[in-house]
Design a protein around this ligand. Structure first.
Ligand SMILES: NC(=O)c1ccc[n+]([C@@H]2O[C@H](COP(=O)([O-])OP(=O)(O)OC[C@H]3O[C@@H](n4cnc5c(N)ncnc54)[C@H](OP(=O)(O)O)[C@@H]3O)[C@@H](O)[C@H]2O)c1
Ligand SMILES: [Zn+2]
Ligand SMILES: [Zn+2]
Length: 345
């Protein structure tokens, strides 16, 4: 076993404490990665509060440097900058995997944390840690020109909004609205704008209007103002909903254009929908999460070409509990990123 350190929540306590962690010895196709930066996703806030009987180390969007490779690794060498997201393995043989949608693997992809390793059955521990061991197929070369701290959130927040934007055809001539301007939302705005779509933000927070413009959005609709929502009825080909809490989808479906789509990626619990909100306008409701290997690599290349990365506040990892508390209060513009170097001390 390899030994490292990280931030762990015990089974009965959501607070993260520094702990010694063990990683598996490298398998033939494994990389050891020194984690430099790990983004703080809203899921990292949900997870420690969810019922569970095992310890948890959050963190599933990170960049770092390869420090060692197994003997069968062909694409990476020590010293290479890499990025890893929220899935780290899949069966590789089911129809979804064969189509490059490992995120929808029929056997369920192995999650970067809170998952179960396919080979030895051990629980996966996330990247709020100085080292991560990962199969080379689920590590991505970090393209030159992307800042490693600002790029880390692309690996969960970015890819989670990239795949639906691409699948739904966001681009020149389409109108996209992004609901919830947080970690996922601000990257959705940047990506939709870079893809060429006319982009609008829907937010509870009027104070984010200037940011919405700076990110490239045309305007911001205040979700608390019924008049603004009524005026935007049937306006958007795609509404990408990243809101982190359960909420009524009706007001958002009514903003979708004829034959358009509401993609709900923020709240992953059960949903209640009035059929009439779909019927009037032949609207579609969909969801998505994470991304396949092909699209993840494509997104990173696109981001490098278009200068897209997250707006980040980088903090020493020892401030992780404070950061999670601020995230719970929506006090973030727009992604916290932990710098794991302090774990060396
Ligand atoms: N599908 C997936 O695979 C996937 C991947 C990653 C994350 N997620 C989920 O996506 C959600 C968003 O994650 P994130 O990291 O972007 O979170 P975040 O940075 O906290 O942003 C969430 C945004 O939702 C809005 N919001 C938060 N609380 C709200 C409330 N009580 N009522 C209305 N709006 C509220 C806020 O936007 P405004 O201030 O603009 O209103 C906030 O900025 C989380 O639930 C997360 O677990 C899903
Ligand atoms: Zn995430
Ligand atoms: Zn599969």
């Amino acid at each position: 076993m390899r030994t490292t350190s990280g931030w762990l929540a015990g089974p009965d306590d959501p607070a993260l404490r520094r702990a010694t962690l063990h990683r598996r010895d490298l398998r033939d196709d494994d990389l050891a990665v020194r984690v430099e930066y790990c983004g703080v996703c809203h899921t990292d806030l949900h997870a420690p509060h969810s019922p569970r009987d095992t310890a948890l180390v959050p963190g599933h969007e990170f960049t770092g440097v390869v420090t060692a490779t197994g003997p069968a690794v062909t694409r990476f060498a020590p010293g290479d900058p890499v990025a890893v997201g929220n899935i780290v393995d899949s069966c590789g043989t089911c129809a979804m995997c064969r189509r490059g949608q490992e995120n929808f693997c029929a056997e369920f992809p192995t999650l970067t944390y809170g998952g179960t390793d396919r080979h030895d059955g051990s629980p996966t521990l996330g990247a709020f840690s100085r080292e991560y061991v990962v199969r080379e197929d689920f590590a991505y070369r970090l393209p030159e020109g992307l800042d490693p701290a600002a790029a880390a959130p692309l690996l969960c927040a970015g890819i989670t909004v990239w795949e639906p934007l691409r699948a739904l055809g966001a681009g020149p001539g389409t109108r996209v609205a992004v609901a919830g301007l947080g970690g996922l939302g601000h990257l959705a705005v940047k990506l939709a704008v870079a893809l060429g779509a006319e982009t609008t933000v829907i937010s509870r927070s009027a104070a984010k209007a200037a940011d919405a413009k700076r990110l490239g959005a045309r305007d911001l609709l205040l979700s608390t103002d019924p008049q603004q929502l009524a005026a935007a009825r049937d306006r958007f080909d795609v509404v990408l909903d990243t809101i982190a809490v359960p909420h009524d989808l009706g007001p958002y479906l009514r903003l979708v254009a004829l034959d358009g789509t509401l993609s709900q990626v923020g709240h992953l619990g059960s949903l209640t929908v009035e059929a009439m909100d779909l019927l009037v306008g032949r609207k579609k409701l969909t969801s998505a999460g994470s991304g396949g290997r092909t699209e993840t690599a494509a997104m990173l290349e696109f981001c490098a070409r278009h200068g897209v990365a997250a707006d980040v506040e980088v903090v020493p990892s020892a401030q992780v509990n404070e950061v999670l508390d601020r995230l719970s209060r929506n006090d973030v513009r727009y992604r916290f990123v932990l710098d794991l170097a302090d774990l060396d001390a």
